[in-house]
Design a protein around this ligand. Sequence first.
Ligand code: MF3
Ligand code: CO
Ligand code: CO
Length: 248
Amino acid sequence: MDKSEIIKMKQACKLAAQVLQYTEKFAKPGITTLELDKIADDYTNSIGATSACIGYHGYPFSTCISVNEVVCHGLPGSYVIKEGDILNIDVTVKKEGFFGDTSKTIKVGQVSNAAADLVETAYQAMMIGIGAITAGGWTGDVGFETNKFVTRKGYSTVKEIGGHGIGREFHMDPFVPAFGKKGKGERFIPWTCFTVEPMVNQGTEDFEEHSIPGSSIKYYTTSDKKLSAQFEHTILMTDTGYEILTLI
Ligand code: MF3
Ligand code: CO
Ligand code: CO
């Protein structure tokens, strides 16, 4: 990306972060996930962006909202959020041809100690993964540190789904998994962007795939119905290191 493209990319990422920050305030007991999605979509449009998810391979909503055992791509719907739930809100916006992608898992009211620990571990897993990014480094460096941290806590990382290159496209190379080997995978290229978005499961890493009517996107739930948590930032590689673009 050249300088003007990076400026646009930063703007898209900032807007995505703003949508997430705005929407999460409404994630309280009694609201449905569809209402939350509408809040996110209206706000996205009000700040001059559009949702990248609506219509993406037929996906019908503005956000993905993944509650409890839903690993990712959860569909907003009639589910009423209740105290004790954990829910990931994943926002991707498009602005002037560029995509910004970010998510976080929210604790609704008082959650169990086990749920709180999982959410905290998923957040730290993302930050430790990001911390493993170096100029000239590899996607495997990120995955290795993420997986080491998560497994030492007694949890598991989802293997087949993970981070991705992003920029003028929503999803592109490289794949940035939450497991791997140091010095393996793909090399980070300066002035390109990608996401770090580990999915951390309380129990087994195995998941079930569910289809979404009219869409080739799938959503996923843990096979053992235990909890799953995730956080996501979009990262810019520079020639000396990296910048987190979805921080506000
Ligand atoms: N935001 C998700 C990700 O982190 C992708 C959602 S695709 C959708 O890659 F179609 F389900 F919205
Ligand atoms: Co993503
Ligand atoms: Co996302």
